[in-house]
Design a protein around this ligand. Structure first.
Ligand code: TRP
Length: 74
């Protein structure tokens, strides 16, 4: 997979409780939080990895679907 494919990857997060956080971390040498999104129960976020975002941290009960599979955060 080349770098441009990695950045265009989508992932889906479905919140299973109120107050799930989806936190975007910056790409590059400086890894820091740059965005935090709050989802309430049954809200769905569809997002991509981008030139600005290389990692995502999810806090709370949620189903996360990626091209690598699905995981339930309990
Ligand atoms: N402006 C951000 C970006 O282009 C928006 C974003 C994309 C984002 N994917 C994300 C924010 C994942 C949080 C988590 O990178």
């Amino acid at each position: 997979m080349d770098d441009s494919t990695a950045k265009s990857d989508f992932f889906v997060i479905k919140a299973l409780e109120d107050g799930v956080s989806v936190i975007g971390l910056t790409r590059g040498t400086d890894t820091r939080f740059h965005h935090s999104e709050k989802l309430d129960r049954n809200e769905v976020m569809i997002a991509q990895f981008t030139e600005h975002t290389s990692a995502v941290k999810v806090r709370g009960k949620a189903i996360i679907q990626t091209s690598h599979g699905e995981i339930e955060n309990t």
